[in-house]
Design a protein. Structure first.
Lengths: 293, 110
């Protein structure tokens, strides 16, 4: 077994896709690097922290992008974002079986400020265009840096999300919440709390991800193959259904006077038996606990 | 430290190699993360091994020179372009990454 979390972005591509099938666009030798980082005294990466290209998965042609979490926390800068946008736009023209996004990112690369913010919004628009064309977008989240900020929103725009129990998905990261609302609101050093509220098990149980897998590149590959045909229509009815789910979740949340662990209370409110045992259960056991579709 | 200007330091080294690397697909190893670096090897015309370094840790030219001298003794490559983006890797890490990259083109175990 090879841990997905411990692999680099390029190692994930090599192991997840059909052997030797990855053809990279704008490879490192092209040196399409950030125009901003050097001015700030920060070294660039030859691929600006993301590898994009074409490959086959179980024989099907797919487009794929993999973010490198070790470079600037996977932050989306101007070039990094433009590479993602270009991949999605090319998918509209060439119509692959799916677009896979191996997301590992803290969101916007703050060094690039507005350029990074605009890049993330352009990624969202390009992703939604691909979905509207009936091409499924599949996001795989299992890196140690998680998927946060703007990339958390991008992930939730996709058709299908696969997470490991190691993976994390949220908008504001733990340190950001603590910095803005204080340690009483959220203790970012409490790792158990962080995983209870952002981790793959939580996202699976409350319906924010579509598959929960072990931290294993083979498990991610199998889940991605299963998701290949899973295009979800981007319709008003589908959006209204999702809003109903979110409203139901909001009302299921314990009120402010309730004491105790909020994630566990929410799981209980969703009808999950022995919710306090979830953190210690294995992936297979947690998979069987989900109460919502 | 205050008299060291902010920004990236750029270093270039060149060695005359005796081991022709021949044709190989470009190789990239490592990641630009804290205490880490990426090393890219590409083919180049001629018999030199040229090294270009961009690093956020300024003022370590003599250390880089020593690490590269050692590298050249281990692998006197000819016709190779080495490009490095560094984020404060230690000399040992730099040497390991260089050996890893060479192993990728020669097929040897690092």
């Amino acid at each position: 077994m090879i841990s997905f979390a411990e692999c680099s972005a390029r190692a994930r591509l090599a192991l997840l896709l059909d052997a030797d099938s990855f053809h990279e666009w704008l490879p490192p030798t092209e040196r399409v690097t950030s125009p901003h980082l050097a001015q700030l005294g920060v070294p660039s990466a030859f691929d600006d922290g993301v590898a994009i290209g074409r490959a086959t998965l179980d024989g099907h042609t797919v487009f794929v992008a993999a973010q490198e979490g070790e470079f600037m926390g996977g932050g989306v800068g101007e070039v990094h974002g433009a590479k993602l946008v270009g991949l999605f736009q090319r998918a509209l023209r060439d119509r692959p079986a799916a677009v896979l996004l191996l997301a590992e990112s803290g969101g916007v690369r703050l060094h690039e400020a507005n350029a990074g913010l605009i890049a993330v919004s352009e990624v969202m628009r390009a992703l939604l265009d691909v979905r509207a064309a009936g091409i499924p977008v599949i996001v795989l989240i299992g890196g140690t840096n998680g998927c946060f900020g703007g990339m958390g929103i991008v992930a939730r725009c996709a058709d299908h999300i696969v997470m490991s129990d190691m993976g994390r998905l949220a908008m504001s990261g733990p340190e950001v919440i603590e910095a803005s609302h204080g340690v009483d609101e959220f203790d970012s050093r409490d790792r158990a709390l962080v995983w209870r509220t952002t981790g793959g098990k939580h996202r699976w149980l409350i319906g924010d991800c579509d598959a929960l897998v072990e931290d294993n590149v083979v498990a991610f590959r199998e889940a991605a193959i299963t998701a290949l045909g899973a295009s979800k229509p981007l319709t008003l009815a589908a959006l209204e259904e999702e809003h109903e789910l979110l409203v139901a979740r909001l009302h299921a949340l314990p009120d402010e006077k309730t004491t105790g662990d909020e994630a566990t209370l929410l799981w209980s409110a969703l009808g999950i038996v022995d919710a306090q045992r979830v953190p210690e259960l294995g992936v297979d056991a947690v998979r069987a606990l989900r109460t919502i579709n | 430290m205050s008299n060291v200007p902010a920004g990236i330091e750029t270093l270039d080294f060149s060695f005359s190699g005796s081991q022709p690397a021949g044709a190989f697909a470009p190789v990239l190893v490592g990641v630009v993360g804290s205490g880490n670096l990426e090393v890219m090897l590409e083919t180049a015309a001629g018999t030199d091994c040229r090294v270009h370094v961009e690093t956020s840790a300024r003022g370590f030219r003599s250390i880089w020179q020593a690490v590269m001298d050692d590298f050249h003794v281990r692998h006197p490559l000819a016709g190779v372009r080495v490009s490095i983006n560094d984020m404060g890797a230690t000399p040992a890490v730099v040497s390991l990454r260089l050996d890893q990259a060479v192993a990728e083109i020669t097929g040897a175990q690092p």
